[in-house]
Design a protein. Structure first.
Length: 437
């Protein structure tokens, strides 16, 4: 959480009047998300649609936008000799310009030079990721420059710069400087969670009389790291979810009809952040589920003999189908991670589940329902009141696959068949709730 600053507190002073000369660029392409966007990129998005050619943006020195325009053209039309040359030229000039700025910052005594350097290295890696996601571009620039090691190093140096700036502001003991210090410490925690005693210092600031908390996103800030910090706050989100699948088992019961033994659940999925990392979350999924086993042999009937449930085949004529259905209420606490993709994020979750039995019945229907109506037998058939197992899913965009395997047996031990059902099916979710804001 960043605190709204008094308009007189101008973060432009940290980075010069212009701030960063080249903004973060990845959001121009719809496949890239989670980065700040500025007016120049809004114009860039308009340019990409064809109003301004890559050659013109290159001649204006807008190298990053030229690269993006070329990537869009590669996507639509494949490699083109003229565009190929423009793309290679723009990429090389962009890298050279960024590295020159890094050298310039390193020679200065700017108190935030490492924060600026950190941002430039991120821009270089943004370009690398965009090129790697475009096969045509990767043919032209087979080994785009990577600055992963430099990012790791300058991240801590930038955090230390903000930490020292926060300490300096904190001890000026004015209301404005208290707000400024709190935001500096928040930047520190975003870059390096738990750095030194930053959390204790934030708590101490909130307890001072001069500190007034205003829960509002920072405005009029030119520092991209400041702009991003409010967006990076992971929040709890919740939304409906449902799944459809097919039940089966390896042994213990008469053969089930694979295509007619279905599973369904519906519930409310709660997504809870793990620390400040948006790519890792705890999912809590309370839901109601239904298990349905339809037997291949329609004459199968469940009976209780000496307190034990058995399944036998009788000789009643014209039976069309026989199935046993049970309803449960339960919860799935899942650990979730995301992997960013070109068009969609891939989400993987895994964890245990536990269900409590609500009701169950056996339904037998006949070929001539007019003369022989269906027979429904409401009984628990010695089903276990508690059902538990393990679950895993992989979701791409709005839909994915899941698998769950019961560890517990379906029936009470010694009072029914020994069965451990499993389910394979489709999970439906709204991907936007997992992606970056």
């Amino acid at each position: 959480m960043l605190i709204d600053l008094d308009p007189k507190i101008d973060f432009e002073k940290m980075h010069g009047r212009r701030g960063y000369s080249i903004p973060r660029i990845a959001r121009v392409h719809k496949s890239f998300e989670g980065f700040p966007i500025s007016l120049i990129l809004i114009l860039g998005g308009w340019m990409i649609q064809g109003c301004v050619s890559p050659a013109k943006t290159l001649s204006r020195g807008e190298y990053d936008l030229t690269v993006i325009q070329c990537l869009e053209k590669f996507k639509r039309n494949g490699n083109q000799p003229k565009i190929n040359n423009i793309f290679i030229d723009a990429y090389q000039k962009s890298i050279n310009e960024k590295l020159a700025r890094v050298e310039e910052y390193e020679r200065t005594n700017d108190p935030f030079k490492w924060a600026k350097t950190f941002s430039i290295y991120q821009e270089i890696n943004d370009l690398k990721r965009m090129i790697e996601r475009n096969p045509e571009a990767l043919e032209l620039v087979s080994n785009p420059l990577s600055k992963e090691a430099e990012i790791a190093k300058t991240r801590l140096l930038a955090a230390d710069e903000y930490y020292r700036a926060g300490i300096e502001s904190m001890y000026r003991n004015t209301s404005q400087d208290a707000l400024r210090a709190f935001n500096y410490f928040q930047l520190v925690n975003d870059l390096a969670p738990g750095y030194k005693d930053v959390l204790e210092l934030q708590t101490k600031l909130q307890q001072t009389d001069s500190f007034k908390i205003v829960r509002h996103r920072v405005k009029n800030v030119t520092d991209p790291i400041v702009q991003n910090s409010s967006k990076s706050q992971a929040t709890i989100k919740s939304f409906p979810s449902f799944s459809l699948g097919l039940n089966n088992y390896f042994s213990g019961l008469p053969d089930a009809k694979i295509t007619a033994s279905w599973y369904a659940d519906v519930g409310w999925l709660v997504s809870i952040p793990v620390n400040s990392n948006r790519r890792k979350r705890l999912l809590i999924y309370p839901n109601v589920s239904w298990y349905n086993f339809r037997f291949e042999d329609p004459n199968i009937l469940a009976k209780t003999v000496n307190g034990k449930t058995v399944f036998v085949s009788d000789s009643v004529p014209n039976v069309a189908r026989s199935k046993i259905t049970s309803a449960y209420i339960g919860i799935k606490p899942l650990y979730w991670v995301t992997v960013e993709g070109r068009r969609f994020n891939s989400e993987f979750s895994f964890g245990p589940y536990a269900y409590v039995l609500l009701d169950s019945y056996l339904l037998r229907s006949f070929n001539d329902p007019a003369s022989m109506p269906s027979v429904k037998i409401n009984d628990r058939f010695n089903l276990n009141s508690l059902r538990y197992g393990v679950y895993g899913s992989a979701v791409l965009g709005n839909i994915g696959i899941f698998f769950q395997q019961d560890v517990s047996v379906l029936f009470q031990r010694s009072r029914g068949p020994s069965v451990n059902p499993f389910v394979v099916g489709l999970a439906f979710r709204k991907a936007k709730y997992f992606q970056k804001n």
